[in-house]
Design a binder for this molecule. Structure first.
Ligand code: GRF
Length: 214
């Protein structure tokens, strides 16, 4: 059983996509053992409760230093014996202590085609505003392994979404979520659970179906 720890800060629609993927049988041998929110008011916590998933709020402002915050997060995830950490809209910064605790075992969903519209300050609706302001014809979402530098770890999956002439940041965000995020995040978890993600330097090679792996 792959034990998932999902980290959230907002609406939790990506958390819901993972929950739905487990309940539908798309994800097998996976279980969300804990949801960690950086905010008390995150609707993601309501979603977790509705599905009987243990959740906790661990806020950065309750800790004097990043190291202490990291330690609080790490000890919680280790208590639940988490195998894969899934950042699903988690907005607090984590540090070296956290990253090094889970080498190649932290993934993140980002609402753009990295390396476009990513890095410090690009979160929530902002990548979509930037995409529209730039005039790109295609945007999308990326799932990547998390490293110390924001949004720059080895890319696992990406999915493109065409920009429409009459898109607003809000309509674009909704379509990127529906057509890309909610699909590639569960798919990346599935590939990880099958042992099919081979990190090779800054690239990720997706190994063939398990049956083909000699
Ligand atoms: C999503 O757009 C995700 O790409 C980004 O943060 C947002 C989280 O949304 N990292 P939700 O909380 O999953 O609805």
């Amino acid at each position: 059983m792959l034990r998932l720890g999902v980290m959230v800060s907002g609406g939790g629609t990506n958390l819901q996509a993972i929950i739905d993927s487990i309940e539908s049988g798309y994800l097998v041998n996976c279980s969300i053992v804990t949801v960690v929110s950086s905010r008390k008011d995150a609707y993601a916590l309501v979603r977790a409760e509705k599905h009987g998933i243990p959740s906790v709020c661990i806020r950065r402002k309750d800790y004097d230093t990043l190291e202490e915050y990291d330690e609080a997060l790490v000890s919680h995830l280790k208590k639940y014996k988490v195998d894969l950490v899934v950042m699903a809209g988690f907005l607090s910064i984590v540090g070296e202590r956290f990253i090094n605790e889970f080498p190649s075992r932290i993934i993140n969903i980002h609402p753009s085609l990295i390396p476009s519209f990513c890095g410090k300050g690009y979160y929530g609706i902002i990548p979509h505003k930037a995409a529209l302001e730039y005039g790109v014809k295609v945007t999308g979402a990326t799932v990547h392994f998390v490293t110390l530098e924001a949004d720059s770890g080895p890319i696992i999956l990406q999915k493109a979404v065409y920009v429409k002439e009459d898109d607003t940041p809000e309509t674009l965000q909704k379509r990127v979520m529906e057509e890309a995020e909610w699909k590639i995040l569960p798919e990346a978890i599935k590939l990880f659970s099958q042992g099919r993600l081979a990190v090779e330097g800054r690239k990720v090679r997706i190994l063939k179906e398990e049956s083909d792996i000699c």
